[in-house]
Write a protein that binds this ligand. Structure first.
Ligand SMILES: [Zn+2]
Length: 371
């Protein structure tokens, strides 16, 4: 009996200690998914100061690169103005992150104006300590206009499950269907304004991991597409770190999924027989990848031509967003609107008749030379 009593004390002491409020939140607010808040077991409380006078309308929590057992499963976000009275603004239970370094976006149920917020989070098991990579509080509803997005059906299959590449993929991605669906919406968000825009519809995505050379490729045509991803490429990318593999996997996925959602140019032949068609398709796919943040932008160098396709064209199209934040959406819309598509016509449609592809490209080259 006596022994039990001591044990109970020890546990309650541990629970008390774990509940102490942590105001050292630097690792979850540094915009770096490789630095973590490493907390205790049980309930952890993270304190956020909020300087603006606008209510937080949504927030994102990012999983770390550690084992998923350390992810938060249940959490509550509370707001306060005096640090004594706390009001619950949002509460989530039984959450699961579909991969490592992945966000869960929460739209706040009960917004209000507060000077401080506390995130109270715990792991699924009382034996695992909490690890979180990043927390982002936003005064915007980050899902606004996209609540009605029609997610595709995903059929995922690893054709060579015994390869190292396939094994490490599953270490990175716990729920491949959700992982691909999440990126489908992110791609559409970059190409279109809202989920209600007329959109190239993607209904079914067959996604396979295969033990063959190459990186990744899209086959079929919307609404039914197939994407393959090479387990050899996965194995190579994972050599440096799991984070590096994540960066590469998401980047490649943004590119291939863009091929599912993008418009195809009209009046100029097809992908196989017309270079402008090809440069447009591959350029926009790499522009979306760059806009999403999954290229090392220090690899941008002067030279080449907008007709070179892939990242040479893609970096250029993405750079247009420095002139107009909607430049990628507008450029992409010209692909649907123009009866005979061309780069010069597209630039004129976005920036006015006095603009030209030569002029814009020269300005971009100057920017690259100076950076
Ligand atoms: Zn491509």
């Amino acid at each position: 009996m006596k022994k039990l009593f001591i044990l109970a004390c020890a546990f309650s002491f541990l629970a008390c200690e774990a509940q102490s409020v942590s105001s050292d939140i630097s690792a979850v607010t540094d915009n770096d998914l490789t630095t973590y808040y490493t907390g205790g077991t049980g309930k952890n409380q993270l304190l956020f100061a909020h300087t603006s006078n606008t209510p937080v309308l949504s927030y994102k929590i990012y999983s770390s690169g550690e084992n998923p057992t350390h992810d938060p499963t249940n959490w509550v976000l509370k707001g306060s103005n005096d640090g004594k009275t706390w009001t619950i603004v949002d509460e989530r239970r039984d959450q699961q992150f579909c991969s490592r370094f992945q966000e869960i976006l929460n739209i706040i149920d009960n917004p209000g104006t507060y000077k401080q917020y506390i995130l109270e989070a715990e792991t699924k098991s009382q034996n695992d300590n909490l690890i979180i990579a990043e927390v982002v509080l936003s005064d915007k509803n980050l899902l606004a206009n996209w609540e009605n997005f029609k997610y595709p059906k995903v059929q995922f299959e690893s054709l060579n499950p015994d390869t190292e590449g396939s094994k490490v993929y599953h270490q990175l991605v716990q729920d491949p269907d959700e992982y691909i669906k999440y990126h489908a919406r992110k791609v559409a968000e970059i190409l279109y304004y809202t989920a209600n825009d007329p959109m190239t519809d993607v209904e079914n995505i067959e996604y396979t991991l295969e033990d063959k050379d190459g990186v990744s490729a899209k086959g079929g045509s919307s609404p039914n597409i197939h994407i393959f991803y090479s387990t050899r490429h996965i194995e190579k990318s994972a050599k440096e770190s799991l984070f590096k593999l994540d960066f590469e996997t998401r980047g490649v996925l943004y590119h291939e999924l863009t091929h599912g959602y993008q418009y195809e140019p009209k009046g100029i032949g097809n992908y196989g027989n017309n270079k402008t068609f090809w440069a447009c398709i591959e350029g926009i796919a790499d522009a979306v990848r760059a806009e999403a943040g999954y290229f090392d932008m220090s690899t941008r160098k002067p030279g080449g031509n907008w007709m070179d396709g892939y990242r040479t064209t893609g970096f250029f199209i993405q750079w247009l967003t420095t002139k107009d934040p909607d430049a990628i959406r507008k450029f992409h819309k010209t692909v649907k609107d123009l009866d005979v598509w061309g780069f010069d016509k597209a630039i004129k449609a976005v920036f006015g008749q006095e603009a030209s592809i030569d002029g814009m490209w020269n300005e971009y080259q100057e920017f690259l030379t100076k950076q």
